[in-house]
Design a protein around this ligand. Sequence first.
Ligand code: NAD
Length: 476
Amino acid sequence: MKQYNHFYVDGGLAASNGASHIPVVSPMTEQIIGEVRSCSPEDVQRAIASAQKTLPAWASSSLADRKALLVRLRAEIEKRTEAFAESLAREMGCPVWLGCAMQVPMGLRGLDFAIEGIDAITWTERVGNGLVQRVPVGVVAAITPWNFPLHQIVAKVAAAIAAGCTTVLKPSEVSPGAGQLFIEAIHASGAPAGLVNLVWGGADVGHALVTSPSINKISFTGSTNVGRQIMAAAAENLTPVTLELGGKSAAVILDDADLDLAITAVARLALVNAGQACVSQSRLIAPSRLVPEIVDRVRAALKAWPMGDPMSAETRLGPVATVSQFGHINRMIEQARAGGARLCTGGDGATSKQSQGWFVPPTLFSDVTPDMDIAQKEVFGPVLALMGYDSVTDAIRLANSTRYGLSGAVWSADVAQAAAFASQMTTGQVVINGAPQNLATPFGGVGDSGFGRENGRFGIEELLTYRAVHGSEALS
Ligand code: NAD
């Protein structure tokens, strides 16, 4: 059994002293495979003090030193690719090949773009008699979820290193292996003591971090509900927050789209990581006249998603990560059926429960209306909701009909038409015709998907503030 009972502080490991022991449960075997010993309030304070102590030196470090450290960190993470992928497969059910092909490469690309981002920032700028400087915000509390744990940790910690900030990281207690391996890579890369610290725990440890007056910035990725709680808690100390929250993204098929291309890609974007992606395209909006054909095509596409052991190279759809996710997804499916949506394929995982594992089959609903929960709430599972439209105006209204605004997709043979549609979507990003996600561009949402941006230079800028020095013409 894996023990996560040492936090990382002052450049070394220290035994955690918290009261809670949080089990890590295999989504495949449903057995306890590890345990997280949470940090005590004193441990959290120690980690924050460690980050504070290192801040002045790192804030004045050279850009060359920051880049060199990120390059070494990248190499240390790459060396551990298989270990990351195995840990993700064991702890959250992501197929091991997908960990190697997607989860770890996303983290590596995140590092590449943070390194490049350093050079893209205007660190000083003269405005009249003022010298405008970009300066680090200070100590960053980085709180991350379990679904793309390495990528999300990198998005925050690499940006903080690049910005000249120090960090206290609290990874998810659901997939702690990624946090542990990341800290091993930090240590092996020769990061200065106190630059990056790690604390273990759940909501209580996260709360201790976000309410500390010594934290200068909170960078949170997770659910909208917890994001709301964090923003309220941060108000006491007026601590600025970045919130990367949930989504209910729409893939919109325009009349002239190539369905051969679109449907395979839409299925992939809805099902990858068992649908547990914040940018999952969980709503499919298509011309009403094409709905019967699209139902047939999606059904066929979903057959190419065999469920199974995440350790097997044949598996495309692993189990969902936790028993509470399993319950939530099944309830959403049952509610959609009861509410009048038509189940075209799949269904709840409880009815078809295999002897072990939290498996939910790839599921398609049609006849979905925008007022249904399945069209409004995040399922975070392999479930696609299909809605028909009769005019482009109607399609835009449907696409923008949720409180979320993280991502979206448009499919059309005419790129100009797709771009015109994209410009009317109230989301942080839109993908045209399945283009790959560019991790150098700003990533984040609007509405219930949060605010603030990550990735590349934009993620670094999120952790910088301005200082204007007046009467400094002699400097430059
Ligand atoms: P979660 O909100 O339950 O937990 C996220 C993190 O917050 C965990 O580390 C958790 O321990 C911590 N936490 C929980 N309660 C807290 C509190 N009161 N104060 C401080 N910290 C607290 O989310 P999750 O279940 O780990 O992840 C799934 C959610 O994350 C989904 O809603 C998904 O859409 C969202 N997500 C968003 C993005 C994005 O970039 N927008 C990316 C991935 C996941």
